[in-house]
Structure formats: C-alpha cells, structure tokens
Design a protein around this ligand. Structure first.
Ligand code: LLP
Length: 460
C-alpha cells in the first residue's frame, strides 16, 4: 500500500511499488499492476515486459493489460464468495468497464459470468465464447432488436422497466429467464454521474410498484423470473451501503415468494472502488465480499428466507488496476510562475475520465523509474480542447521529449469510453504475461477512421 505523498519521496517510480505488495495483495488497492517492478535498467516492467520496449514495438499511446492482475482479482472475488457464503454464488464481470474478446474470454475462463448492456457487448461476449447461461443483459432502454438477440442467444435479461416487461411478454414465445432490477433507495457517496441506487435514478423499477410488477410477471408464464437485482453506484469506498442493501433486497425476495415467483438469484451489483491516487483507500476485494456475504446471510436468517444464489457484478475493481496507459512525452510549455505543461500523444480520447468526472490520476516515467522527483508539471493531452488535461500538478523527474509516461489504473472505463475526437485513432491494447505480449486490440488506422464515411457522388 502507498502512504507517502509523491513530493516526499526521492525515488519517482518505486514509490508506487511498496514492500507490502504480495501474492495476497488486493489488486483494487494497488496503483500499479501486481507484476510491476523496476528492472536492472531502471525501467518499468509489467508482466515481465519492459514498458519502453513495448512502446518501441507497438507504438503509443498503448494500453498494457496485466493478465495476472486481472486473474488474481477474479479469483479473489470468486474465492471470497465461496468462503464467506454458505449458499451458491456467481461473480459476474460488468463488462461495460472494458468489453473486448480477450477480456471476456479471460474472465469466463476464471468461472465468472459476464454482464452486458448493449447488443454490441452481447455480440462480443458471445463471439468470445461466453456460455449463454453465463450472460446477463442489462439496460434501461433495450431496443426490440436487442431483446430479440437476447432471447435468441438464451441469455438472462435483467428487466429494467414497464415498457421492457410488456415488450418481452409480447416477444417471448417460450419461457425466457429474466431478473428484475429495482431501485433500492440507498445513497452512497460517489460522483453524481455514477450513483444509481437512490430513488431519483433512471435505472430500475420503483420499489413502490413492486406488487404490480410481481403480479404482472406471475401472470405471464413466458416471463420466468429467476432473480432480483440492484446496483447502488460505482467507485464506492464505504462498506455501509453494501452492508445495508441486502436487508432491503431480502424483503423483496420474501415478497416474490408471495407471488409464487421462482426467484432463486439475488444480484447485489458492483461498485467497489479502486485506488487512482495514494489518497484513495478502498476496502479490499475480500473485505467487501465478506461484508456482502455476511449481510445477505444475516438478512435471510432474520427474515426466514432460504439463502439465494448470491451474485455480485463488479467491473472497475476487476479490471481497473490491471491496466496502465503508456504515452510518449512531446512538447513542453513553461508559463513563468504559473505552470509547466508537458504534452503526451493521447489524452481525453483514450482517457475521458478526467474531463468527464474530474478524476485524478498519478503517473510515473517508465524509463526514469529511479530518478528523483525534481519538478511539478501538468500533463496535457493532444486534443484541441483546453480541458484536455490528464493530470494537474504532479511531481515527476525532469523529462525529455521521447520519455515514456505511464498512467496507472486505466483498465476500467477508459478503452470502453474512448473516442475518435479530433479523428485520433484509438490506441492498441497488449496483454502481457511472463515476458510475452499479445495484441488484443490493434491500433486503429486512418483507414479505420473513414470506414463508415460516405462521399455522395455529387461532392466528388
Ligand atoms: N452493474 C451495473 C448495473 C452497473 O451499472 C455498473 C456500472 C456495474 C455493475 C459495475 O460497477 P463497478 O463495479 O464498475 O463500479 N463510466 C464511469 C462508471 C460508470 C459505471 C456504470 N455502471 C466511470 O468511469 O467512473
């Protein structure tokens, strides 16, 4: 764990590689992937690969995904649920954090199920070989086409609202497995854009309508309601909301029994936060899982309800810390007595989180990991937008154009929210393991950028 402020340490990169990193480290509490180390040339190495060599080979910006960190996070969730919960359990990867073929395949191979929120994510997960019975389809405004794809692929549909329920009742010719998403009315402290559990949320049925919803479902034999779902928000550090949630949800379970619904699954959502800076102090995956499992068990005992199959649905805490983004440093601008900007070859198109949520990141210089921190700079992106600043006022060693800046904790909601703003091609992603690097997403080309453009005859 990291407790020192960057300004207080002399050694620039190693500050994020504290001694307490061990096989039992919880990935979401680490800034750099679990395999990160400084090699004999003073360069950052991840998954046994020298980051500067990776950039030389694959170009930059480059997403570097450490397979071991991702698999460790999957196993910690899976094993914690197994040890803290007496009933059956299933961990589901919320693939909106980063949905691509390789990641779906890895989490599936670890026994996780996959949650998708669009026809595109569903298609990708199916192409990756995820079994339909391990696919859960979310969304507050699924199209008829998406619902049909979901029915055909035989995944479970998490129904969010009345229109969807009625549309599905019309479309389903055979029993379709569904779960119902309800808004639990539980507040948590996170950015307002990523809070979902409070009653004023666009997601899920209003729990005041629960009787009407259960009654409707009980009269439609083709809507096979196997479970209930709630998700309260994202990047949450407190344990209290997840301690309180099961009490509310188990009441719903009890009520479902009154309508003779075959409800056996309870999905308590995701939301566990990760460390982006040394100031972030999230609970570990094991601590969070323990709280959830014990709260569900206690609520079931108190309300005399049999233990459901317990599901959770993390995204960020599975993939976030497993990936870093490597950039090449370019121009420098010194505004006397105000600020020094160094610019990198990416920015808000590959990491829209600072401009969207004011998210704060750290960085290290991969080819100067042991150099002292000598200056405070602001890291700017290359986009034509003043707000395209990745990191304000960070202590770094003195850098030169061509140095490699690495921003940690960029696995969740970075590639998945990336854009082609300014027609900047999206970066490549490589998966690293035991000294080997495989491209899992190739870098976009200029041809890719005009792939969907059409030039009407009369304009030629
Ligand atoms: N389940 C549901 C229904 C969700 O809506 C989400 C996230 C998750 C699970 C996974 O939550 P996590 O474990 O990743 O916190 N783009 C924002 C985050 C949006 C989260 C959307 N829903 C960001 O970059 O912070």
């Amino acid at each position: 764990m990291v407790s020192t402020h960057p300004a207080e340490v002399r050694n620039s990169g190693s500050q994020y590689l504290s001694d307490s990193r061990s096989a039992t480290a919880s990935p979401n509490q680490e800034l750099l992937p679990l395999t990160a180390k400084v090699n004999s040339s003073g360069c950052l190495e991840i998954g046994g690969c020298d980051v500067t060599s990776l950039v030389a080979q694959f170009g930059s910006p480059l997403y570097i995904l450490d397979e071991e960190t991702l698999r460790t996070a999957c196993r910690q969730y899976r094993d914690s649920f197994k040890s803290y919960y007496a009933g059956e359990s299933q961990v589901v990867y919320a693939s909106k954090a980063w949905n691509c073929l390789a990641i779906c395949a890895i989490v599936h191979s670890e026994g996780l199920a996959v949650e998708v929120v669009s026809g595109g994510e569903l298609y990708t997960a199916l192409q990756a070989g995820v079994a339909p019975e391990k696919l859960y389809f979310h969304g507050n405004n699924k199209s008829v086409q998406e619902l049909q794809l979901a029915i055909e692929s035989q995944c479970t549909i998490i129904v969010d609202n009345w229109l969807e329920l009625e549309t599905l009742a019309g479309l389903a010719k055979l029993p379709v497995p569904i779960m119902l998403r309800l808004t639990p009315g539980i507040e948590c402290h996170t950015h307002e854009y990523i809070r979902t559990g409070h009653l004023d949320s666009k997601f899920g049925f209003d729990p005041h309508q629960i009787d009407r919803v259960f009654s409707f479902v009980s009269k439609n034999p083709n809507l096979k309601c196997i479970g209930l779902h709630a998700h309260i928000g994202s990047q949450i550090f407190e344990l209290q909301p997840h301690h309180d949630l099961p009490g509310v949800m188990v009441e719903w379970l009890k009520k479902a029994a009154d309508y003779a619904l075959p409800v056996t699954h309870l999905n308590i959502g995701g939301g566990l936060g990760i460390r982006y800076t040394e100031a972030d102090d999230p609970p570990s995956i094991a601590e969070w899982s323990k709280v959830v499992c014990e709260a569900v068990t206690a609520a079931c005992q108190a309300q005399q309800v049999p233990l459901p199959k317990l599901m959770c649905e993390p995204g960020r805490s599975l993939i976030g810390s497993a990936c870093v983004t490597a950039y090449t440093i370019g121009s420098r601008k010194e505004v006397p007595e105000i600020r020094t900007y160094i610019s990198v070859d990416g920015g808000m198109s590959d990491n829209p989180r600072p401009i969207t949520y004011q998210s704060v990141y750290r960085a290290v210089v991969a080819n100067r990991m042991s150099a002292p921190l000598t200056e405070t700079v602001t890291v700017a992106g290359k986009h034509c937008e003043s707000g395209d600043v990745l990191i304000k006022d960070i202590s770094l060693p003195t850098t030169q154009p061509g140095d490699i800046l690495v921003v940690p904790s960029t696995g969740a909601y970075n590639y998945s929210m990336a854009s082609n703003y300014n027609r900047v091609p999206r970066p490549a992603a490589v998966l690293v393991k035991d000294g080997e690097a495989n491209v899992i997403i190739r870098r976009e080309t200029y041809q890719d950028l005009i792939r969907c453009d059409r030039l009407p005859e009369r304009l030629i």
